[in-house]
Design a protein around this ligand. Structure first.
Ligand SMILES: [Zn+2]
Ligand SMILES: [Zn+2]
Length: 907
């Protein structure tokens, strides 16, 4: 069965803590309940500014004293997210914003602003005058699929479409795998890496348990004993749904193409029985969609919600939503209830075209596909407006939950009604009325546990009703205007998003491989330009010797346009190069030589390589990626764009780096370098009219080793600072390096050339492509302590972010029951926030003496933080890093699009 949160805690404790892990403090009987005071809450906020519950407590207690605007002002100052993204409308429609981040913003808004609030006239039927169907989504052209597919057929490429692609509607996302085991491996991998990537990049050490919650909801068991069963009886598995709100609540349907129907159904029906028995509230029912009978098992909170049907003997469909089941069954049958034909993904020219580029076969264990109609759907008016209303309702449900927790902390007992929350000074008003009403007219109520809330229309806060079940028909003019505003902004920034997205996954014990194709953008000159300058026959991009201190490489292949020859020649004759004057014109012979050197002497590639060294400036790679991710998610930039290139430049000025160019004609290259020396020496010694900086130039040659090739050093000095570049041809490469020892290392590798993979050589020649990026963790030595420290710091920060919500749960337990074990507090906190809080560095959470606060065994508390100098080796994070054997990304610009392949080596 699906893993429970406490299993993970127990496992983490067992892995890390050893015998000490079982020791958990119980709050002493002497501990006193500690209701919140405003000062108390505001002081805690300075330590945990991102905790939405704490924000609620401070705002509400401020409200009681007429100080809510003052508290709101403090929150704005403390919370970085609001400084980044002050516009709530932008975040409501944002493509990737997480629900919890939007909720914080909405909560602040609801608690502070007087007046009608965001709900406005929503739900007032007379005011909903705009038919949603009449609103227009972003107008972006589709690719001419029919023509593109026809061209492929002419070239002899015929698409093979797997069976389940013919069972789903074309406007839903589609994930298919040939093996259930491989799918589970990818999901687990995604969960594990995802959790740690988020902890590292955005400081969030919680997992949403989406996959395990989904398995529980759909009554699908995947314990180790059951897993081999699937691959024996299942031919293909697919997952589909109509939106991507997995965390908040989405429709999910799983399809199984089955080899042994009787064996399979027996087992799957057994899971339904087990799910029914696992909850007293579970209800079994039977029904029928489009003539296909189904069995359902459901609980009111949707923690179990499964509709199971067999539209064909060897096809099983399992959905968490009846509406979604109907859509999929209609696709299987080919028509809806009223006889309208249903377009199936596998029949579209779009999907068939993609299948000619990515044929089924050895390189594919699974594929994720977001079609053009699906992308239109997720940015379309129906889904955007439905989910906006659901989001406003969700905010109220979370606020009711916060109010109930506050009530319980202040009074020591659970609230009986929403009125009691308002009367007890724990809510800013009566939930369900005026600006605190459900925008779709749903009724709010407290759930049986006394701390979570439900809406009769939108469901339970932990698992909202999927948007496809509550699609909005009519909207207010204000909503329509907001949507039009979104479309205008979308059309400005996201033109290209209308391409379908196809990602193929392959999992083997040695590596994970991801492959995607970005179709050539319609009328996009950037792509055309890149394809022209980088295109041509793809080449192995990592064929030059690799010293064993090379930690990071970027390489690209480029074309040399013939027409540039004459332009260059004219420039040389004019005695200017790169805009600066040469002391004298270049002799015609020398110009010839230089052009031959460029066109025939060196090859078609250039590589930039970074050497292992302790960094002078701390460049935090993962934080940088996180910043990129945040920007990508539509946040506003906190730092100026310009700072990145600048910081790279500063960091690289003194770091050991080199540029490598493969050599085609060694004799020609050497001859050119000899002639170049004459010019360089002259430039270095003539110092006239060189512009605004008083730069000192210098040039000299020295032998690399006893009888080795000469090294040239050209340097530029500015005051006391000097920057040198050393260059030489060594064997098959022409190298420019910032440190001399790099050339020495490269020369040492030379005798082994031609003998294949001698020492210092990386196995293989890298991807055959037009451009590549390669991270070589096997060479991380000097740089590693800095990386490790950065990771440990990020882990600590993410862990400390958890302590606010956990300590609030402890305070509540202390008030209500006079002390509860830490395990129970953690379980309740997980349940209240619908996530699992974990320490990325394997620490465990325990009660501090007094029972009021949760602290981490590895990181202490927010007020007294501590950490190690590296992630501990046995921690989940440490183990992940241990397995990381390298990452390579290859890019190939082809006529049919940009092919990107990412491989992650496993150790
Ligand atoms: Zn509602
Ligand atoms: Zn920790």
């Amino acid at each position: 069965m699906a893993r429970k949160p406490w299993c993970i805690v127990a496992l983490a404790c067992a892995l890390v803590g050893g015998p000490a892990a079982g020791r958990i403090f119980v709050a002493q009987a002497a501990s006193q309940p500690t209701p919140w005071t405003l000062d108390d809450a505001r002081q805690q906020l300075t330590l945990h500014p991102d905790d939405p519950y704490l924000q609620y407590v401070a705002l509400q207690l401020g409200h009681n004293e007429g100080k809510q605007n003052e508290v709101a002002e403090q929150l704005r100052r403390l919370n970085r997210r609001w400084q980044r993204q002050p516009d709530r409308n932008a975040s409501l429609f944002a493509l990737f914003s997480a629900a919890h981040a939007i909720q914080e913003t909405l909560q602040l808004d609801a608690m502070q602003v007087e007046g009608a609030g965001l709900v406005g006239e929503m739900g007032v039927r007379a005011k909903e005058t705009v038919k949603v169907a009449t609103l227009r989504g972003p107008e972006v052209k589709s690719h001419p699929w029919g023509k593109m597919l026809a061209a492929q057929s002419v070239a002899g490429r015929r698409p093979e479409v797997s069976r389940l692609a013919l069972c789903v509607p074309d406007d839903q996302y589609f994930v298919r795998f040939g093996s259930v085991e491989k799918l589970l491996q990818v999901v687990e991998l995604g969960d594990r890496w995802g959790a740690h990537m988020f902890a590292q990049t955005i400081g969030n050490a919680t997992t949403s348990l989406t996959s395990s919650r989904l398995k529980t909801q759909l009554a699908i068991q995947t314990d180790p004993v059951t897993r081999p069963f699937y691959d024996m009886v299942v031919e293909e598995i697919a997952i589909t749904g109509s939106d991507l709100y997995f965390r908040a609540g989405s429709d999910t349907t799983v399809l199984f193409a089955v080899k042994q129907p009787r064996v399979f159904q027996l087992r799957m029906d057994g899971f339904l029985d087990a799910a029914e028995k696992s909850r007293s509230a579970a209800v079994r029912a039977t029904g029928n969609v489009l003539g296909v009978p189904y069995v359902s098992v459901r609980t009111p909170d949707r923690s179990i919600s499964v509709f199971s049907a067999y539209p064909k003997p060897d096809l099983h469909v399992r959905s968490n939503s009846r509406a979604a089941l109907e859509r999929v069954i209609a696709a299987v049958l080919g028509k809806t209830g009223d006889g309208t034909p249903v377009r199936r993904l596998g029949e579209t020219t779009e999907y068939k075209y993609i299948r000619t580029l990515m044929p089924l076969g050895a390189k594919e264990d699974g594929m994720v596909y977001l079609s053009d109609p699906f992308i239109r759907r997720i940015v379309g008016p129906e889904l955007k407006l439905t989910s906006q209303r659901r989001m406003l309702c969700y905010n109220h449900l979370r606020m009711i939950g916060h109010a109930a927790m506050l009530f319980q902390t202040q009074t020591g007992r659970a609230p009986k009604s929403l009125e009691e929350l308002a009367d007890g000074g724990c809510a800013p008003g009566l939930f369900g009325q005026d600006k605190y009403r459900c925008p779709d007219g749903g009724r709010y109520a407290l759930a049986g546990d006394g701390v979570t809330a439900t809406c009769s229309h939108h469901g339970h806060a932990q698992s909202l009703t999927p948007c496809c079940e509550i699609a909005l028909g009519s909207a207010t003019p204000q909503e329509a205007a907001q949507y039009e505003d979104f479309v205008a902004r979308y059309s400005q920034y996201w033109r290209r998003f209308f391409d379908p997205i196809a990602i193929r996954v392959q999992v083997t014990p040695e590596q994970y491989r991801l492959e995607t194709i970005i179709l050539p953008l319609i009328d996009n000159s950037l792509y055309t330009g890149l394809a022209q300058s980088l295109g041509g026959e793809p080449e192995p991009l990592d064929a030059l010797p690799v010293p064993d201190r090379n930690v990071f490489s970027v390489a690209a292949r480029f074309n040399k346009p013939e027409e540039a020859r004459e332009v260059l020649r004219a420039k040389l004759a004019g005695a200017t190069i790169f805009g600066s004057r040469l002391p004298r014109p270049v002799a015609e012979d020398d110009a010839d030589l230089l052009l031959r050197f460029l066109y025939e002497g060196i090859g078609n590639q250039v590589g930039m390589h970074v050497y292992d060294a302790s960094p002078m400036f701390d460049f935090n790679l993962t934080e940088f990626l996180g910043e990129m991710l945040r920007n990508f998610r539509g946040g506003r930039r906190a730092i100026d764009d310009d700072i990145y290139p600048f910081s790279f430049l500063v960091a690289s000025l003194n770091a050991p780096v080199y540029v490598a160019l493969p050599v085609r004609d060694a004799e020609l290259v050497d001859r050119t370098l000899e002639r170049l020396d004459v010019y360089l020496a002259e430039i270095a010694r003539s110092r006239d009219e060189r512009g605004w900086l008083d730069l000192e130039m210098d040039f000299y040659r020295s032998p690399l080793s006893g009888d080795g090739p000469p090294v040239r050093c050209y340097s530029v000095g500015f005051g006391p600072v000097k920057w040198r570049v050393f260059f030489a041809r060594v064997g098959g490469g022409l190298y420019l390096a910032s440190k001399r020892f790099i050339l020495e290392d490269l020369e040492r590798l030379e005798p082994s050339r031609g003998e294949g993979r001698a020492s210092g050589r990386q196995a293989g020649e890298g991807p055959v492509a037009h451009a590549m990026i390669r991270i070589r963790p096997e060479h991380w030595k000097e740089i590693l302590p800095a990386f490790r420290l950065g990771w440990a710091e990020a882990s600590r920060e993410a862990c400390l972010n958890n302590l606010g919500p956990l300590s609030s749960a402890a305070r509540l337990a202390l008030s209500a029951e006079g002390g509860v074990k830490a395990e129970e507090i953690l379980r309740r906190a997980d349940a209240a926030h619908a996530v699992h809080f974990f320490c990325p560095d394997g620490g465990h959470y325990q009660l501090a003496p007094g029972g009021r606060e949760i602290v981490c065994t590895a990181h202490g508390s927010a007020a007294m933080p501590r950490q190690g100098i590296a992630p501990s080796e046995n921690s989940p994070m440490g183990k992940l890093l241990e397995q990381f054997g390298g990452l390579t990304m290859g890019l190939t610009f082809l006529e049919d699009g940009l092919h990107a392949v990412v491989t992650l080596e496993r150790k």
